[in-house]
Design a protein around this ligand. Structure first.
Ligand SMILES: Cc1cc2nc3c(=O)[nH]c(=O)nc-3n(C[C@H](O)[C@H](O)[C@H](O)COP(=O)(O)OP(=O)(O)OC[C@H]3O[C@@H](n4cnc5c(N)ncnc54)[C@H](O)[C@@H]3O)c2cc1C
Length: 402
């Protein structure tokens, strides 16, 4: 009989992996260091996640149908959340992680996964299995599980990756406040996800206001080396929002790292990495929930296919398929992040680009439904023309002046 698969981290990625493994009839142990922890997160999810992972819509705090992008000089791109073809499920889902994570975790447990609250502290990969050492919560005595394979779903600071001696990934930091607004102020945000650009609020990423059922989540991200500046960046964002959030009461403050570069390898002898532990956050959008769930599902599916083989060569089938399907998207979004958020002027150009209707529809088509569509020749020409015009508009006066 096969030994249990240990999934480290019972958040969105780990719980999805565990669920897929139980459905394949494999024994699973979900190891989570702290079941009461709420992952700091904006909670924005595409509708496809609810269909693909069979998540009830009751977990959606709000469906938003509009997006705005605000340039550093407060020029605004107003966007309808819709793809090339309008569908009834065109929206961005706003969720709260204190509801989403426990749901996914409980489902995996209901389907047969064993949940242990304890922290991974050691891994020893051997010829016939992996010895997984953990410290149960509120106990000093370590325990050991004899596992077949380990799936590391333990986030940006992955202990699994550390124990494999893998290098630390470059990381962004994101900070967020959850604020309950007076009803008259809340109305402005109810159906809109707003993104803000500016070096004083997010030097190389973006800031956001996401509406939830009874509050807004206001946050900003910044690249490596900016951790100490985060509180000031958030204060600047709140000052910029000014009267629009006046009278609000902060109910939660949260911050966490998120990786900005995928790992070179996500599978090793008897160990696989998924989600943030594998660095699978998409550039430009910072979207990581869907990709954690998708990679968890895919890793589990590949494992179920290749068992009893557990070598790196066999498990790397998971990463080969991943990069074949999504490699171009990750590369493009990383490039777009550097191009669009690289300087104040580029942020203005980026906002102008987002005013183009073809860009809006293609962006939301691929975000909401995770479908790459071919871009008609005429649309390509319109987009290229608008981007060149924006580039000229924002650079020409400076060149002329110098
Ligand atoms: C402020 C902020 C806002 C964000 N907003 C969005 C958004 O709006 N939309 C979006 O798609 N993405 C967003 N992200 C990214 C998203 O939160 C992550 O990509 C996603 O949570 C990754 O899921 P995961 O399952 O890989 O890891 P995580 O959600 O980080 O979970 C890791 C789990 O592992 C556990 N763990 C860690 N170490 C151990 C150990 N040693 N032993 C046992 N358990 C351990 C942790 O307790 C945790 O439960 C945001 C991130 C931040 C920081």
């Amino acid at each position: 009989m096969v030994k249990p698969i240990v999934v480290v981290g019972a958040s969105v990625g780990g719980s999805t992996a565990a669920n897929t493994l139980t459905q394949a009839g494999l024994p699973v142990i979900l190891l989570e260091r702290d079941l009461s922890w709420v992952k700091p997160c904006g909670g924005a999810l595409p509708p496809v996640a609810f269909e693909e992972f069979d998540i009830p819509e009751s977990l959606i705090a709000r469906k938003v149908h509009k997006a705005t992008i605000h340039s550093p000089s407060e020029r605004v791109a107003e966007i309808d959340v819709a793809g090339k073809k309008r569908r009834s499920n065109d929206y961005v889902a706003m969720t709260c992680r204190e509801q989403l994570d426990p749901y996914l975790r409980s489902r995996a447990v209901a389907n047969g996964a064993e949940l242990i609250e304890g922290k991974l502290t050691g891994l020893s990969v051997e010829a016939d299995g992996v010895k997984v050492t953990y410290a149960p919560k509120n106990s000093r005595a370590s325990r050991v599980i004899d596992a077949e394979v380990v799936i590391g779903a333990d986030g940006a600071y992955s202990t699994t990756a550390k124990l494999l001696n893998l290098p630390r990934l470059p990381q962004c930091v994101a900070i967020q406040e959850r604020i309950v607004l007076p009803p008259d102020k809340m109305a402005r945000w109810e159906d809109t996800a707003s993104l803000y650009l500016g070096e004083d609020i997010s030097p190389d990423l973006y800031a956001w206001v996401f509406p939830k059922a009874d509050h807004v989540a206001i946050g900003c991200g910044a690249g490596p080396g900016k951790t100490k500046a985060m509180r000031q960046l958030l204060a600047n964002l709140k000052a910029r929002l000014g009267d629009q959030i006046a009278g609000g009461k902060t109910i939660m403050e949260e911050a966490h790292a998120l990786p900005i570069h995928p790992r070179k390898h996500m599978a090793f002898d008897r160990v696989m990495l998924i989600g943030d532990a594998a660095g699978l956050v998409a550039g430009t959008s910072g979207e990581g929930i869907y990709w954690a769930m998708k990679s968890g599902h895919n890793a589990a599916k590949t494992l179920a296919e290749v068992l009893p083989q557990t070598s790196a060569a066999a498990l790397r089938q998971y990463e080969r398929r991943w990069w074949k399907e999504y490699g171009t998207m990750y590369r493009f979004l990383r490039w777009l992040q550097r191009w669009g958020y690289g300087s104040r002027r580029q942020m203005e150009v980026f906002t102008d680009m987002c005013r183009n209707r073809d860009v809006q529809q293609l962006t939301f088509e691929s975000y909401m439904h995770k479908r790459m569509t071919t871009v008609p020749w005429a649309a390509q020409m319109r987009m290229t023309g608008d981007i060149i015009a924006a580039q000229v508009r924002h650079y020409l006066p400076v060149r002329a002046a110098s």
